[in-house]
Design a protein around this ligand. Sequence first.
Ligand code: BT5
Length: 324
Amino acid sequence: MASCGKLFSVKEVILRALRQGGPVSGEALAKKAGISRTAVWKHILGLRRKGYQIESFPGAGYRLRSTSDVLLPEDIEVGGRWRVVFHREVGSTQEIARGLIRQGASEGTLVLAERQSEGKGRMGRSWASPPGGVWLSLILKPRFKPPETLRLPLLTGLAVAEAIRKAAGIETSLKWPNDVLLGGKKVGGVLCELDAETDRVNYVILGIGVNVNNELPEELKEMATSVKQELGRELSRAEIIRCLLIELESLYQRLEQEGFEPIREAWKERSSVLGLPVMVKSLDEVTQGEAMDIDLYGALLLRKPDGTQVKVIAGDVSLRMPQN
Ligand code: BT5
């Protein structure tokens, strides 16, 4: 079996079967994995040693306790440019990544945490990061010019959307510049922090947060959701992360080789706001208009009510109800 072009190990085949719910018999697991029942039992013991809570019911089989999604760096290795640094708990993976850069970390270093106590959003906002979600930061040292980095949150949002589609079979949409939406609610966000000089980018720390199996704080429930909430069951975070890294690698390479156009087109197909009346709040102004397009740098093009066109490079977009 394969997902995102990667073959599953026997252990993953067993976990996938158990994640469907209900006790699964040793015989059914043996058949799915193409191994003997004794080998299934040995794999179950191995998974328990890793922290998975698997119950056995004589005569019925095995059942994975919910809230038993263990995130292990070895489950995430996908090769390519990524090297995983794993932490149980950090303030923010962005800060850990920044520290690693000071120590000389190379492009492709990926900081992953089970929980963040001070997860960061854009413009000083906070990002709720309880256990069960995907909270990670990637170090990139792109060869392009500072204005072109505006493309990265869009490219990353697209990679998150593709990863969720491949790992969970769920379609999401994208809200400029950095939101991934599920049923109109925010399921993921991207934070792109860069260190640059006038004509070159020294590094980019690309922060990605996806609500997968985590609970959400009460105050966010109106506007945010998780993959688990949509699916009605837990999903392997390792699988989502693997798909995400494979998508990112392929989109990033595409950007280097073919430019932004193919990514822009794919992004536009998933856009939740193009063609609609919107309001964009940036630090010092509010702009209203129709979201027309995104340009070749990733900026949002708005047509204002007076017919003039403006280019927006940062801000929060919300849909504006048409006035009667
Ligand atoms: C973002 O900011 O959407 C970027 C989020 C990036 C988070 C990742 S996690 C790994 C890495 N390490 C970090 O410290 N950060 C990155 P923004 O567009 O500013 O959205 C922030 C707003 O989203 C908040 O003000 C809340 O309203 C809402 N929010 C907070 N936590 C959320 C969550 N878990 N799910 C959905 N919405 C959330």
